[in-house]
Design a protein around this ligand. Structure first.
Ligand code: SF4
Length: 468
């Protein structure tokens, strides 16, 4: 069969090229497609055109919440041409019925085991309505179901089909080494989707794949240090120690970035993991710091990943101390903060930016978007706080989609972009780059810091233009 995999983008986004990291989902799905089929990718972010006159048999589309309406429109057009449309992706997890209205079948959860089975069923003419992976409650699903109770093993995965995209399109390649997160942050759907147990890819397979990447890549794992503050399992930590030892020995050594909890540094194994990661080329870490207030930490549920034994023991000084340890190792911090917790005020935007400026961390300050699939979305929906009249197009950070107890949505939106504009002024960008290279003098580190910040600035300005 001929299979087209589509990574959607809204018309306004096409060609903006603000995303520096190659998307993982479509290249992985292409790799999971059995070789008897012919597969092609349509990457709309960089302007690939969708060809509705294509002679493909099957169209697979990744549905992420902010792009759900676009994905549905494409799906409807292909369905009208008699193509078999399959939808998968994180949005489906929360809204399987909605998605099913636009497709012959939808896949809920991880694709590794489901995708080859779906294709077999298409060929045999026995496609079910829902393909479900993992312990997902299927009682409410109205239609035929193929259940795959076990989450997939991450061993023996094929290499992602990066060859199907022009290699220089994205500044960084992407890879993953683990799935699952034990943190249960209340605003995040990752734990419900991937489960609380961490699953690892075999180290030799990861190293072999990294050896094929360009000199700059992003590890999309939820935490590239594991969770030494939560998971009291030495073998868990050993995985990262072994992995980074191997990566540190690779030649040429590549620069890489990823997401991770700074509190890892407070544990003996965690400290070793971070040091080895730096040695293996880690140059920047996206750290979900979430809030500078104890109340925000409590409401977000983020305190667990930040090393605090309860939400009441949060200390801003401890957060600062951890940031400095990372910076001393030459690792730049992209600080992710969410504003819009019930006790936040307009001043929280300014104080959070002041904190980022003081600590010389990249200020990724975002107004809360309760994402479908996360506990906080369900809670706010029940409380009547979600602006249900807004379409999914508003879930990309370009709007405020919920009612805050004291702040007006428009004001929140304006304040957010004010702090981002200030935080990404050219002077600030240069000063952070200089701060990083002072700790780790290297031309490529400087270039990486500068161009990553430039891409982020362009992305935020674009979001603002789009919404004003
Ligand atoms: S925000 Fe990060 S740490 Fe929290 S649940 Fe999501 S992936 Fe895990």
């Amino acid at each position: 069969m001929k299979i087209t995999i589509i990574f959607p983008a809204r018309k306004v986004e096409v060609g903006k090229a603000t995303m520096p990291v190659m998307p993982l989902a479509p290249t992985l799905l292409a790799a999971l497609t059995p070789q008897e089929h012919e597969v092609s990718l349509v990457d709309m972010v960089y302007g690939d055109q969708v060809d509705y006159a294509s002679d493909c048999d099957v169209v697979a589309i990744t549905v992420r919440t902010p792009l759900a309406m676009t994905a549905y429109e494409i799906a409807d057009n292909f369905s009208a041409q008699g193509k078999t449309v399959i939808l998968g992706g994180p949005h489906i997890f929360a809204f399987p019925h909605e998605s099913k209205q636009h497709a012959a079948a939808v896949a809920i959860g991880e694709a590794e085991d489901l995708w080859p089975i779906i294709l077999k069923h298409v060929q045999a003419g026995s496609l079910r309505d829902y393909y479900v992976c993992g312990p997902y409650k299927t009682d409410s699903l109205n239609g035929s179901i193929y259940p795959q109770r076990q989450r997939p093993s991450l061993a023996n995965l094929p290499m992602m089909r990066r060859d199907l995209l022009p290699r220089d399109r994205y500044r960084m390649d992407s890879i993953f080494t683990t799935r699952g997160c034990p943190n249960f942050c209340r605003f995040c759907p990752v734990t419900p989707i991937f489960g609380p147990q961490i699953r690892h890819r075999p180290i030799d397979e990861v190293v072999a794949e990294i050896n094929t990447l360009r000199e700059n890549y992003f590890n999309v794992d939820d935490s590239v240090f594991g969770h030494p503050q939560i998971v009291d399992r030495p073998e868990e930590n050993q995985y990262y120690l072994d992995l980074y030892k191997e990566l540190a020995a690779l030649r040429p050594k590549r620069l890489w970035s990823g997401a991770g909890g700074l509190s890892a540094i407070n544990y003996t194994d965690g400290r070793k993991i971070v040091e080895l990661a730096a040695e293996s080329g880690l140059c920047a870490i996206a750290a979900g710091l979430e809030s500078i207030s104890g109340a925000g930490q409590k409401q977000s549920g983020a305190w667990r990943k930040l090393h605090f034994t309860s939400s009441d023991t949060f200390e801003i000084d401890k957060m600062k101390e951890n940031i400095r340890i990372f910076q001393d190792l030459g690792i730049e911090i992209m600080g992710f903060f969410v504003i819009g917790w019930d006790e936040d005020t307009p001043d929280t935007y300014r104080r959070t930016l002041d904190f980022c400026n003081e600590m010389k961390i990249i200020p990724i300050i975002l107004t809360l978007t309760p994402m479908p699939g996360s506990p906080i979305y369900d809670e706010y929906l029940e409380q009547g706080r979600i602006f249900t009249e807004l379409s999914w197009d508003h879930y990309g950070g370009n709007s405020v989609v919920f009612k805050h107890p004291t702040m007006d949505p428009e004001k929140m939106h304006k304040l957010n972009f004010q702090v981002l504009r200030k935080g990404f002024g050219m002077g600030r960008i240069l000063s952070r780059t200089l701060h990083t290279v002072r700790h780790r003098p290297s031309f490529s580190i400087a270039m990486n810091s500068f161009f990553t910040q430039l891409a982020l600035m362009k992305g935020f300005l674009f979001l603002y233009e789009q919404s004003s």
